[in-house]
Design a protein around this ligand. Structure first.
Ligand code: YCP
Ligand code: CO
Length: 292
């Protein structure tokens, strides 16, 4: 099966995780130096990541545009210290197209609705990573993703294609950490499929059993959110946005509700600096991250 970059978010298959070997590897990571790059996408706890597979086997800073991206990728020093995950990665994907694998951990936090890959305009076509895949390793009931106004869960051991080029958000409402493997692939034509697993889904991209049903956001609920405008100042933009994003995960306010509601609240804020600031954030996270 050929493969192109425009892969929709979809469940692929489930791997039977070896919990004992996984626990050993996770224990190993206690001594690793995690990067907090991209934590500005989160409100609450940081986004912690560690490179397991990267160009030139370089652990690097975690900021993906700073790697020697024209080099061949390989396991990093950290990746080589995780025998189970090294095996899992090698057995599960086409390494010839694999560019990065990160272990990504976050706890008790929300991820601002955003598109990834917007900052990669200077990365040459042949090495630009354009396709993402997730495999949750450790997760819980209250870790949710949203895309196209669908809120859903990924369970541990599941392989998911993840359309990171579309606006997506996430929450992890728990004090226990959520740990995923996050894969990025280059858009090179390869012989076989990207993933070494027979798809076992129902044909539905996001299976019904993975979706979280939310009640509609009522007019009363919406009016309540709008009253946040009364207290919204430059000092609390992030806190207010966190409330707005969490409410989007609990109630269905329609497409783009988090950014639209935040923009409406900003417009109604007594502080005139807030609206331009929120519009700038919206541009950065959803439209354009190139400088100048
Ligand atoms: C990324 N996605 O693509 C970011 C990290 C959360 C959202 C932070 O690396
Ligand atoms: Co993202």
């Amino acid at each position: 099966m050929g493969w192109r970059s425009k892969m929709r978010t979809q469940y692929v298959a489930t791997i039977a995780l070896d919990e004992a070997r996984l626990a050993k590897d996770i224990e190993q990571t206690a001594s690793f130096r995690f990067s907090e790059a991209y934590s500005n996408y989160l409100i609450g706890g940081p986004w912690k990541s560690v490179m397991l597979w990267a160009p030139d086997g370089d652990t690097g800073s975690g900021v993906m545009t700073t790697y020697a991206n024209e080099q061949r990728s390989a396991f990093t020093e950290y990746g080589r210290r995780l025998p189970y995950l090294q095996e899992l990665i090698t057995n599960t994907v086409d390494l010839s197209r694999l560019h990065f694998v990160r272990m990504a951990v976050f706890t008790d936090s929300v991820i601002i609705p955003h598109r990834d890959y917007l900052e990669l305009t200077d990365v040459p076509d042949e090495v630009r990573w354009e396709h993402r895949m997730h495999i949750p390793l450790v997760t819980h009931e209250n870790c949710w993703f949203s895309q196209d106004n669908v809120v859903y869960r990924m369970r541990a051991g599941e392989i998911w294609h993840f359309d990171a080029a579309q606006i997506h958000a996430a929450v992890s409402l728990s004090t226990s950490p959520r740990i995923h493997l996050v894969f990025d692939f280059v858009n090179r034509t390869g012989s076989g499929s990207l993933v070494n697993a027979e798809p076992d889904g129902t044909g539905e991209d996001i299976p019904a059993q993975r979706r979280i049903d939310r009640p509609r956001l009522t007019d009363v609920g919406r009016a309540g959110l709008m009253r946040l405008a009364d207290v919204l100042t430059m000092d609390n933009v992030r806190e207010v946005f966190s409330i707005v994003i969490k409410s989007h995960f609990r109630w269905d306010g329609g497409e783009n509700t988090a950014w639209d509601t935040m923009t409406d609240i900003a417009r109604a804020s007594p502080d005139p600096a807030v609206l331009p600031h929120v519009l700038e954030l919206r541009r950065y996270f959803t439209l354009d991250r190139t400088v100048g």
